[in-house]
Design a protein around this ligand. Structure first.
Ligand SMILES: [Zn+2]
Length: 311
């Protein structure tokens, strides 16, 4: 299961005290990754399953110790008591950032269920972006429909949701439901929008071109250098190479793997950027890409767009 699908499942199941120590290694790894990026935060639990007999619940007495009815006093490691809970603010902020909605203020439409995050596009291509969770409750669906006219009106809407979309019925509302796991991917400590999914969700609107992906234009067809205002066009090969490195966010990638993933057959990435033919793309490559003598390449992190809180 993808990271964001796992996060969706946690939110939908209302899991607020997730114990990484009690799940299999595979899921634990993904929970820890969600913890690292900030999607899950640590929370206090007063009762945990006894780590000795794994049969009874143990009330935590002091830091590091608890009492089990069968085993008596048991010591508890930080891992035994670690509980994680989804951070809704993190998720809504990162969605807004990925869609460049950061100037808008998130607005709760249905308490703890539906938020209005902002608008993308302008004029006829404008769409209102919503985020919804635990929507399969028909009561929530009715509440949302009741306020649709006043809060959304005739503006077309896209709702990112953690709920199974085939169980959400909003008759009469002009809304496209997009599963969280399809709409975004985790990158670094933020999210990036899946361009194809968003192009589809926003329809054939000319304003789809507003969605840039980090420093790249739609389809990774151009790149904008820091402090510049005119994007530099890229060939498909140039775009594939830069995209691979950008997605690794500064982590080195060996030449062979880079070529294989970009589906190119070159000795060196720079060969895709010949200066006489593509002086601007060559300049971009030299600014954005670093390498070492071991044949490793990476994205120059100082050029990466800031994903820190700009909300
Ligand atoms: Zn016990």
């Amino acid at each position: 299961m993808d990271l964001l699908d796992l996060l969706s499942a946690c939110i939908e199941q209302g899991r607020t005290a997730i114990a990484p120590a009690l799940v299999d290694a595979d899921e634990r790894q993904r929970l820890e990754q969600l913890h690292r990026v900030g999607a899950l935060v640590e929370t206090q639990s007063r009762v945990v399953i006894c780590p000795r007999c794994e049969a009874h619940s143990v009330r935590i007495m002091t830091v590091g110790s608890g009492f089990c009815v069968d085993c008596g006093p048991v010591s508890l490691s930080p891992k035994d008591v670690l509980r994680l809970t989804p951070d809704g603010d993190w998720l809504r902020r990162r969605i807004a950032q990925a869609l460049h909605l950061t100037k808008d203020q998130a607005w709760m439409l249905v308490p703890e269920r539906v938020w209005r995050l902002g608008d993308v596009g302008r004029g006829g291509g404008r769409h209102r972006v919503l985020y919804g969770q635990k929507l399969t409750d028909s009561m929530v669906q009715r509440m949302l429909l009741a306020m649709w006219q006043t809060h959304i009106g005739r503006t077309r809407a896209v709702m990112v949701t953690t709920s199974p979309t085939d169980r959400v019925f909003l008759p009469g509302a002009d809304v496209r439901l997009v599963p969280l796991g399809a709409a975004f991917r985790v990158r670094g400590t933020g999210l990036i929008a899946d361009e194809a999914v968003w192009a589809g969700a926003l329809g054939a609107s000319p304003r789809v071109d507003q969605i840039r992906i980090g420093p790249f234009g739609p389809g990774y067809r151009d790149v904008l250098l820091p402090g510049e205002s005119v994007p530099i066009p890229l060939t498909p090969a140039q775009s594939a190479l830069l995209r691979m490195l950008w997605e690794r966010r500064g982590q080195p990638m060996h030449r062979e793997m880079l070529m294989a993933q970009a589906k190119l057959d070159l000795d060196k990435p720079v060969q895709a950027f010949p200066r006489p033919k593509y002086p601007e793309a060559n300049r971009a490559y030299r600014l954005l890409v670093r390498s070492n003598r071991q044949g490793e390449y990476w994205w120059a992190e100082e050029c990466a767009e800031s994903t820190s809180d700009g909300y």
